[in-house]
Design a protein around this ligand. Structure first.
Ligand SMILES: [Zn+2]
Length: 339
């Protein structure tokens, strides 16, 4: 697989992460370099972007498969830093689908500008993988008369419950006023499975019962075998449980058999081989489930569970000090009254 790394305005370069063997490598590299130079030239010609507005910032994106671009997020806590989720887009023959838009209008705008520099095709879909603010507060920058916002059937309900709080926190973080209009809800919903056509390129969307959150959607790009798992898969960043532990394990079982070759996790490195890239998330959730059930069977309390599990998992994940205790409390609460 070859990753192209784009630095807007200055240069473009590429990194061969897992180069193919033999003569194909040299040829493939030359072709990609030529393509990179061509796209870079196209980028220069497109300033300002197609909408006519100048771009204050342009997201740095990596092409992880042909026509599949990811803006890597940084490992940090929501609202403490910007740009923390992996977000991106898929380019078809007819149009572009954006998958998550980031935690602010500025992030969404930078992504929109990155798209405009890569392709003249319009954005037709904005897909939100779930209701968390680091994935969807950039929606407002992608609005347009021909843009359909796509989300889980529960997404609008979830945003109705917590959207005002998101806006309040975002307003504090950004030091500007935000209104309900800054929260964009889906105009098309997914209850089970939906296929979107981008022109000679289809995306298969799968909606899940409560798992990481209560509105999780996974997106499979059938052309490249790239699975956008949203926060159903974490890598390096500790998984954050805000939905249902058992439901999450069930969703991972479903995802594991999809015909994907690589995954874009919600947080962590931008891509990993599928399904092995989900192994850490699955292991963590399985340990939570089994250990807490054992404590419950033995009459143990939440305090014991938090103390002992915290010791075991410390050091395995980034940000575990921020989320691990919370995950234990959430799982304990869920499993306490179940068989
Ligand atoms: Zn999330």
């Amino acid at each position: 697989m070859t990753w192209r790394l784009w630095y807007w305005g200055a240069m473009s370069t590429q990194i061969d992460v897992m180069p193919k063997c033999g003569r194909g490598l040299v040829l493939g590299t030359l072709v990609l370099l030529a393509a990179a130079a061509e796209t870079s030239a196209q980028a220069q010609n497109k300033q300002p972007d197609q909408s006519g507005s100048a771009c204050a910032a342009v997201a740095e994106v990596r092409e992880v498969a042909d026509g599949v671009f990811v803006r890597p997020g940084r490992l940090a806590v929501v609202f403490e830093q910007a740009g923390i989720a992996n977000i991106g887009f898929v380019v078809g023959r007819r149009c572009v689908a954006v998958i998550d838009t980031g935690g602010s209008a500025a992030e969404g705008e930078a992504l929109r500008c990155a798209i405009a520099r890569i392709t003249p095709l319009p954005v037709c879909y904005v897909i939100n993988t779930h209701a968390h603010p680091d994935h969807l507060l950039g929606n407002t920058a992608l609005r347009g008369p021909d843009v359909t916002f796509v989300g889980h059937a529960n997404l609008a309900r979830d945003l109705a419950l917590v959207g005002a709080t998101y806006l309040q926190r975002a307003a504090q973080a950004e030091r500007r006023a935000l209104t309900a209009d800054d929260l964009v809800t889906p105009t098309r919903t997914v209850r089970d499975r939906v296929v979107l056509d981008l022109g000679a390129r289809r995306l298969e969307l799968h909606a899940y019962p409560p798992a990481h959150s209560t509105s999780d959607l996974a997106v499979l790009d059938l052309a490249s075998g790239t699975l956008w798992a949203g926060d159903l898969v974490f890598s390096e960043h500790i998984p954050v449980l805000a939905g249902n532990l058992r439901g999450w394990l069930q969703a991972l079982r479903h995802l594991a058999v999809l015909p994907a070759r690589q995954v874009v996790a919600g947080h962590g490195p931008v891509s990993g081989a599928w399904p092995v890239a989900a192994a850490d998330t699955r292991r963590y959730l399985t340990v939570l489930r089994d250990e807490i059930k054992r404590w419950l069977a033995d009459g143990g309390d939440l305090w014991d569970a938090q103390r002992q599990l915290a010791a075991r998992e410390r050091g395995r994940w980034r940000l575990s000090n921020r989320y691990h205790q919370r995950n234990i409390a959430h799982a304990f609460n869920e499993l306490e009254w179940e068989d």
